[in-house]
Design a protein around this ligand. Structure first.
Ligand SMILES: Nc1ncnc2c1ncn2[C@@H]1O[C@H](COP(=O)(O)OP(=O)(O)O)[C@@H](O)[C@H]1O
Ligand SMILES: [Mg+2]
Length: 312
């Protein structure tokens, strides 16, 4: 049983007459990666802004790092770090100066501060560019510097709002490995993303946000299993075996070229056992058995009835 780093019930936010969050419930286990997944305009940044005390909610309750968001905002702020969707880096300062500024804000001693800056520059592979103004940095370098600045205070919970949007594949992978390292150190990550693959790669749990509501929540595999389309694939040694099996498994779809049968099933142990028993009963053997689940793009479409057009 893990404790909750973030627990949210009935969170609501309205801008003028536009309801942006319409009763959001979330639970993020300590030391896990939680991904809030949704297209542009779904309410991801609004959720992050509420949970990091940058905005005030119109309804609902939330505890972050064990503190009530409404009455203990200061304690919440002390426990968290936020890397916003738009980098908070000062363009006119060098990478080193940006980090030094954060260190100074946290009141470290001069020696400790310098060590911390050096260590963070190395960790984020920015040492080489430390003396260059941030305005000369690529998008990926800027994001890394921004995250390094967030980590100066050693936050136990880090909010990352679309940390890889617009990054090239290589910078995205670097960001992913940095996130994995943070988790290995016990940090809780609240990550928003428009990228289904990113949530699938990083998250222990995913909540799908669509028009201010959570339309699904679970592990990546749980979300994928909720869908029709999961099937078991059997591959046979030859056409004779395929023919025999196709007669027995009447609801399967056959692929003669691949010598395979696609058998509908949820991929759970009960349906697998039933399938194997049936093959056994007719003395049939398959060379290979695999369970195929849909990817998160399929999940989003099935859950919301529309695609994540914002990612296209
Ligand atoms: N300060 C604001 N005033 C009015 N509308 C806002 C404000 N902030 C966000 N919105 C609206 O709320 C919706 C959700 O925005 P946002 O949380 O930024 O979504 P996301 O981060 O998922 O793209 C959008 O339609 C946006 O236009
Ligand atoms: Mg946003």
């Amino acid at each position: 049983m893990t404790t909750s780093a973030i627990a949210v019930t009935g969170l609501r936010k309205t801008f003028k007459d536009r309801t942006v969050l319409d009763g959001v419930d979330l639970d993020v286990g300590s030391g896990t990666v939680f991904s809030l997944l949704g297209p542009n305009g779904a309410g991801k940044t609004t959720t992050v802004n509420l949970l990091t005390t940058l905005l005030r909610a119109d309804g609902g309750t939330a505890r972050v790092a064990g503190h009530d968001l409404e009455t203990e905002a200061k304690a919440v702020r002390a426990a968290i770090g936020v890397t916003g969707q738009f980098a908070a880096v000062d363009e006119l300062l060098t990478g080193q100066e940006n980090l030094q500024l954060m260190v100074d804000l946290h009141g470290a001693s001069a020696g400790d501060g310098r060590r911390r800056v050096t260590e963070l520059l190395e960790r984020f592979e920015l040492t080489e560019f430390a003396q260059k103004p941030a305005s000369t940095y690529s998008g990926g370098m800027r994001r890394k510097l921004d995250l390094a600045m967030t980590l100066v205070g050693d936050p136990r919970i880090v909010f990352l709002d679309e940390p890889t949007t617009g990054l090239d594949p290589r910078s995205r992978r670097t960001m992913w490995s940095i996130i994995r390292e943070l988790v290995a150190d016990g940090v809780t990550i609240f990550l928003t993303t428009q990228y289904l693959e990113e949530a699938d790669q990083l998250a222990d749990r995913i909540a799908v946000l669509d028009q201010g509501r959570i339309v699904a929540q679970g592990t990546p595999d749980e979300l994928k299993r909720q869908l029709p389309g999961t099937h078991i694939r059997l591959r046979f040694a030859g056409t004779a075996e395929l023919d025999a099996a196709a007669q027995v498994l009447a609801d399967a779809t056959r692929d003669d070229d691949g010598l395979t049968l696609r058998v509908p099933g949820d991929g759970g142990t009960a349906s697998l056992r039933a399938l194997l028993d049936r093959l056994d009963e007719y003395s049939l053997t398959a060379d290979e058995l695999s369970v195929h689940t849909p990817d998160l793009d399929d999940v989003f479409l099935a859950l919301t009835g529309h695609t994540t057009e914002a990612t296209k």
